[in-house]
Design a protein around this ligand. Structure first.
Ligand SMILES: *Cc1c(COP(=O)(O)O)cnc(C)c1O
Length: 398
């Protein structure tokens, strides 16, 4: 099918939640590259929004999915599943978690985290249910996830919000401290506000939150849906701070593009759910977990996390050097292969995104007019050089 036909069907039959989409429909990909219905090649510096960590058509991931599809796709959690048990073990061995529960998405993993935090205090006989999160955060689109997402545009049309969620400014320890009440069960944060414009939590903030939660006897929950699975140059983003959350969530890159999310917890929080408390029809099925297992294997065989760190550092340095040449670049920041280039409000980032698209590069614009560079974690320094050349050309035209 050609793009125009797809667009017609989309317009007629698909709910209009995405507005005017970028005018391309991809048919397939290879490594860092995607191909449109017209055969045009695009170099991907967005990775399906931090999902496709291994790029496209990765042999190991493709083979694992095909092989599992030929054996058993789904069977229900009424029964034991080898891949589910193995992937839970693999994640526990690579993180601070003691136990795992699988979902299909980031928002669902976050729902699980809110339930787990409330259940933890329910077991202790304490009425604590309030979750403190931050302004300009993003935690997904279910009702509880938007209640925790500190952006009015996501909440307003869907009022009333579920009870027990409050937001305070990010990177402000005093604001969290002031918001804690005897009803607070958890502080819920991203170590980098990704959709919020690649705003990095300071060491003092994240470490301070750990101490604050310990002092008040409440849980620290970290939303690692985007920062997890190697994106920032460590398996999980919290590692950069030398602290451990009580609960964290993960999704985007976990299944290499196959829908898969995880709720992870350590200590007593890991044992707070009891039979009947939580479940998911699809969550952690044999197919999704086969994908997850092959992602972890490929990460380790190919040094993907180290590459995210080193190539990410190179990307950051190159973007900073480029940014210095243009007055409209107001800040460049990042960690691993997650780099934000903030632009002056006079130059809408969406204009740069369109110009890059015309030149065959996929990037997007996140909060506060910030270009987001989040390529597959297989990106090489040569890929970065290619991007910088085209970005310089585009910047030169504004
Ligand atoms: C994408 C994202 C989510 C939502 O994940 P879905 O899979 O779309 O539900 C939640 N939190 C963060 C930090 C994200 O980046």
């Amino acid at each position: 099918m050609q793009l125009e036909e797809i667009q017609k069907l989309d317009q007629k039959y698909y709910m209009n939640t995405y507005g005017s989409r970028t005018p391309v429909a991809f048919t397939h990909g290879e490594g860092m590259r995607l191909y449109g219905t017209d055969g045009k090649e695009y170099i991907d510096f967005l990775a399906g929004i931090a999902v496709n960590a291994l790029g496209y058509h990765h042999p190991k991931l493709t083979e694992a999915i095909c092989e599992q599809a030929g054996k058993l796709i789904h069977c229900s959690s009424l029964y034991h599943m080898e891949n589910q048990a193995k992937l839970a073990k693999a994640l526990v061995e690579r993180s601070c978690a003691d136990k795992v529960f699988f979902s299909n998405s980031g928002a669902e993993a976050n729902e699980g985290a809110f339930k787990l935090a409330r259940k933890y205090f329910y077991l202790k006989g304490e009425e604590k249910y309030e979750v403190i999160s931050t302004v300009n955060s993003f935690h997904g689109r279910t009702l509880a996830s938007i209640a925790a997402t500190g952006q009015e545009k996501y909440q307003k049309p869907f009022a009333p919000m579920p009870e027990g969620f409050i937001q305070v400014p990010y990177n402000n320890l005093d604001a969290i401290e002031a918001a804690v009440t005897d009803k607070t069960c958890a502080v819920f944060i991203e170590v980098i506000q990704c959709e919020g414009g690649i705003v990095i939590g300071t060491d003092a903030y994240i470490q301070g939150l750990r101490a604050l939660c310990d002092r008040h006897g409440i849980l620290l929950i970290i939303d690692e849906v985007q920062t997890g699975m190697g994106r920032t140059g460590t398996w999980f983003g919290y590692e950069h701070y030398g602290i451990e959350p009580d609960i964290f969530t993960c999704a985007k890159a976990l299944g290499g593009g196959v829908p898969l999310g995880a709720l992870l917890a350590r200590g007593n929080a890991a044992n707070a759910f009891e039979p009947g408390n939580h479940a998911s029809t699809f969550g952690g099925n044999p197919l999704a977990c086969a994908a997850g297992l092959s992602v972890i294997e490929a990460f380790e065989e190919e040094g993907i996390v180290e590459n995210a760190r080193d190539t990410g550092q190179y990307l950051l340095e190159q973007a900073q050097a480029l940014g210095e040449k243009y007055g409209f670049v107001t800040d460049v920041r990042g960690r691993g292969l997650m780099v934000g280039v903030q632009l002056d409000p006079a130059l809408p980032g969406t204009n740069v995104v369109s110009a890059m698209f015309e030149r065959g590069y996929l990037i997007n614009c996140a909060g506060q007019n910030t270009l987001r560079l989040a390529p597959p974690l297989i990106a090489s320094p040569a890929d970065v050089d290619g991007l910088m050349k085209v970005l310089a050309d585009v910047f030169g035209g504004f």
